[in-house]
Each structure stands twice: as structure tokens, then as C-alpha cells.
Design a binder for this molecule. Structure first.
Ligand SMILES: NC(=O)c1ccc[n+]([C@@H]2O[C@H](COP(=O)([O-])OP(=O)(O)OC[C@H]3O[C@@H](n4cnc5c(N)ncnc54)[C@H](O)[C@@H]3O)[C@@H](O)[C@H]2O)c1
Length: 255
């Protein structure tokens, strides 16, 4: 299948983690000849991914930024435009997931931080990138969401609320920008085997219970997510917008 995205420019945020979904999407896009702007609050991670891709002859620019800060987001987009001319594809992958208890017990400041990173961040990136896409009457925005937004998940109330907001933001942007050839879709993911499961965000028992709810009996892989994301970033997905695409091994079947 010819994806026809060679030479396009993609900004992928949340791309620092070696075993993360952002870096997998960046690698998959690079294989298709997409030029990349890699960004994350962890500068070192995006630097090393850019070096890896550079060694393979791919074009990748790494810029660190805290996406809760409008000035930093704007500056990344300006640098990217200086370097590559424009941005055609935006993948909003960065998020914060910490175990913070329940709505009744969590600290309001932590709530604000979770919403800031995982919902305001995608809004800020979209705000800065959409005008560039509008100039070309073409663009793809892919928001990385979670089935937790639909089912709820004990321990992560801020994250759940942020992802619910991200689903709504997806539909809003899709509606606002459809007439300009810009599509916006969300990948609503079930458990994907990334570094978060090694960092103790969820304890073993919670992971076990999660797996019991996955009819296909395993976690997804970042590479599987990346294949789907690459298709959505391509012209081939041009008749699809505002979709919340569930990718969860059947976890939410029957809901
Ligand atoms: N792994 C899963 O099971 C799963 C399931 C559903 C959805 N998701 C979503 O997939 C995406 C990637 O998750 P992952 O598992 O690869 O986790 P990850 O923690 O490796 O990736 C998140 C990235 O966001 C970055 N980030 C955090 N705060 C930031 C900030 N203020 N500014 C800029 N970057 C910041 C982190 O540094 C990290 O690199 C997230 O949106 C997550 O919610 C993951």
C-alpha cells in the first residue's frame, strides 16, 4: 500500500521514551520518509531518538519543551517552521499518568497539572499548528487517547478526565477544520506495553485485572499503534475525521 506521505513534516510530542508510543510513531513515520520534529519535556530522550534516526539518513529535529507552557510550544513550532517550512501532521502523544488516588482524595494542584499536560497541551499544539495547515488546506491531527476515558480507572482521575476532554477536543477540531482539508482523529487505546508498566504507575494486581478484561488476552504493542497512526497521518485516511478509534484488544466490547 502506497501511503504517499514522503516529504511531509510531522511534529510528534511525547517522543522521548525509548519504549513509548510517541517514539514508535516517530520511527514508523520516518520509515515512510516523513521529516520529523520530536519534542518532549525530556530533552535527552528526543535528542537520542533524533540521533538514531539521523544515523539512518532520516531528517529529525529534536526540541525540548514543557507543553503546559504556551511560550515553549510556540517556540518549538517557530523553530520547526524555520527548519522545515511548515508542519503537515501533528501527533499529540504526551500525557501525564500518575497514581493520585480518587477524586475525593487527590490534591487539586495535581489535578490541574494532569489536565494541563494531557488536555491543555494538545490544545496549545493544535492552536499553533492549525494556522500552518490552513495555509496548505491540508493537515492531519492524531490525538492519543485512552479507553480509561470511557470506562474510568481507579487511581488516575485527572488522567481519565483529561482523556475524556481530549476526545471532545478531537471532535471540536474536526468540525472546525473540515472545510480546510484538516482531519482530526483520536486513537483510543487499551493497554499498550510501554515503559509506564515498568514505572509502577499501576500495581501488579491492577495490571492483572486489566488483562482479564482484554478478550485478545495480551497488551498491544507500540509498533501496532504506530502502524495505525501512520495510516491516519496519510492521505489515504482523508474521508475520516472526528473519529474516536478504539484500539484495545476488545477490552470495551459490549459497552
Ligand atoms: N501505554 C498504555 O497502556 C496507554 C494506554 C492508553 C493510552 N496511552 C497514551 O499513549 C500516550 C503515550 O504513552 P506511553 O505509554 O508511551 O507513556 P510515556 O510516559 O512513555 O509517554 C508520555 C510522554 O509524555 C511526556 N510528557 C510528560 N509531561 C510532559 C510535558 N509537560 N511536556 C511535554 N511532554 C511531557 C513524557 O516525558 C513522556 O515521554 C499517552 O498519551 C498515554 O496516555 C497509553
Amino acid at each position: 500500500m502506497e501511503l504517499d506521505i514522503k516529504g511531509k513534516v510531522a511534529l510528534v510530542n511525547g517522543a522521548a521514551s525509548e519504549k513509548g508510543i510517541g517514539s514508535a510513531i516517530a520511527r514508523a513515520l520516518a520509515r515512510e520518509g516523513v521529516r520529523l520534529v520530536l519534542t518532549d519535556v525530556l530533552q535527552e530522550g528526543v535528542d537520542s531518538l533524533a540521533t538514531e534516526l539521523g544515523q539512518q539518513g532520516k531528517e529529525a529535529l529534536a526540541i525540548g519543551a514543557d507543553q503546559t507552557r504556551h511560550d515553549e510550544v510556540r517556540s518549538v513550532v517557530e523553530n520547526a517552521t524555520d527548519c522545515f517550512g511548515s508542519i503537515d501532521i501533528l501527533v499529540n502523544c504526551a500525557a501525564l499518568t500518575s497514581n493520585l488516588g480518587s477524586v475525593a482524595s487527590m490534591d487539586p494542584e495535581r489535578w490541574r497539572r494532569e489536565l494541563d499536560v494531557s488536555l491543555t497541551g494538545p490544545y496549545l499544539w493544535s492552536r499553533e499548528v492549525i494556522p500552518l495547515m490552513r495555509k496548505k488546506n491540508w493537515g492531519r491531527i492524531v490525538n492519543i487517547s485512552s479507553t480509561n476515558a470511557v470506562t474510568g480507572q481507579p487511581g488516575v482521575p485527572g488522567y481519565v478526565a483529561a482523556k475524556g476532554g481530549l476526545n471532545s477536543l478531537t471532535r471540536q477540531v474536526a468540525r472546525e477544520q473540515a472545510s480546510r482539508g484538516i482531519t482530526c482523529n483520536a486513537l483510543v487505546l487499551g493497554p499498550i506495553h510501554t515503559g509506564i508498566y515498568d514505572r509502577g504507575v499501576f500495581d501488579e494486581e491492577t495490571v492483572q485485572r486489566m488483562m482479564e478484561r482484554v478478550p485478545l488476552g495480551r497488551m498491544g504493542t507500540p509498533e501496532e499503534v504506530a502502524q495505525l497512526a501512520t495510516f491516519i497521518c496519510s492521505p489515504l485516511s482523508g474521508f475520516m475525521t472526528g473519529e474516536l478509534i478504539t484500539f484495545d484488544g476488545g477490552m470495551t466490547l459490549g459497552r
